[in-house]
Write a protein that binds this ligand. Structure first.
Ligand SMILES: [Cu+2]
Length: 309
């Protein structure tokens, strides 16, 4: 398996080196492209559940009643805050936990790693912008076809099911996991799935994508129109795909640009000597912000429903 992974990686690198930029894609940073992102996604669909959170045939892609993914990212400074919250009808989170009629909240509080030297170069410090990921891009696991993204992020997250934290592993990024952090990843991507059926196709557009063939994929549309929420543990579970004990994967299909937040973003320096009291206050603040956004989103939904009737 290890040998296969290394071979795939070398093949991916070779392909990445050979590939020429296609006309409709931006492969290098233009000076006039924004590096500041303020977005609110809605229309959530949960992608699969334990033991398959990519579900290429779409059979376990389930739209949820309501939800939002609000993003405030500064890709230059690698600072920002993003909060997702969505209703869940029924969902197998891990081998032992199925949640029902719940509300899940995911908070992306920091980006990258405490020691900047230990992260992959393609993370660009934690918030990368205008880049290909997955497939044969040579960046990220080939769990999806190669897709172009306006941004991709990596870093710690907090997950709550209703008011209760779903704590991660005992260790996180090589340190004692005092705050119950999980590993987070987000992307703002091309429409890699058929938004109606949830399917992800190989290059022929007919057979389903197979991660064993990372270069053989296609996208439903090249429009940047899909926001991804990912949070997972570091503990391995080879019964699960991807092989972590918990892997949460949610897509948001509608989005609008919004105003920046008037807050100071958390930095790794702040985090290094944070007190338990300060941490509690921060978490309470993020959850309060989530409540405010939820109220706005539900009020908007109510207005739309009224317009339709
Ligand atoms: Cu990704």
């Amino acid at each position: 398996m290890r040998k296969l992974t290394i071979t795939l990686f070398i093949v991916a690198l070779a392909l990445a080196a050979l590939s020429l930029p296609s006309s409709s894609r931006v492969t290098a940073q233009d000076d006039d492209q924004p590096t500041d992102f303020h977005l609110r996604g809605t229309a959530p669909q949960i992608i699969g559940q334990y033991p398959d959170s990519f579900n290429y045939d779409g059979s376990q892609v389930r739209p949820q009643e309501w939800g939002f993914f609000e993003i405030h990212f500064d890709a230059e400074a690698d600072l920002g805050l993003a909060i997702a919250r969505f209703s869940v009808d029924e969902h197998a989170l891990d081998a032992e936990t199925t949640i029902e009629d719940a509300v899940v909240t995911v908070i992306y509080l920091l980006h990258g790693m405490a020691d900047a030297n230990t992260m992959p170069a393609y993370w660009e410090g934690g918030i990368a912008d205008y880049l290909d990921l997955h497939g044969d891009s040579g960046a990220e696991a080939p769990v999806l076809p190669t897709i172009f993204n306006n941004f991709g992020t990596w870093g710690p997250t907090l997950v709550f099911v209703n008011d209760e934290q779903y704590s991660g592993d005992e260790m996180f990024m090589g340190q004692e996991n005092t705050f119950g952090l999980l590993m987070g990843h987000t992307m703002w991507s091309e429409m890699v799935r058929n938004p109606e059926t949830g399917e992800v196709f190989a290059a022929d557009g007919e057979t389903y994508f197979d991660p064993a063939k990372p270069g053989d994929g296609s996208v439903f549309s090249e429009e940047i129109s899909l926001l991804h929420v990912v949070a997972h543990t570091e503990t391995r579970d080879t019964e699960n795909f991807p092989p972590f004990s918990m892997f949460l994967h949610v897509n948001f299909y509608e989005f609008e640009e919004i105003e920046p937040l008037d807050i100071e973003y958390l930095s790794w320096e702040d985090m290094a000597d944070i007190t338990p009291e300060a941490w509690e206050e921060l978490v309470a603040g993020w959850l309060e912000l989530a409540d405010q956004i939820e109220a706005e989103v539900l009020a908007d939904d109510g207005e739309e429903a009224e317009d339709e009737s």
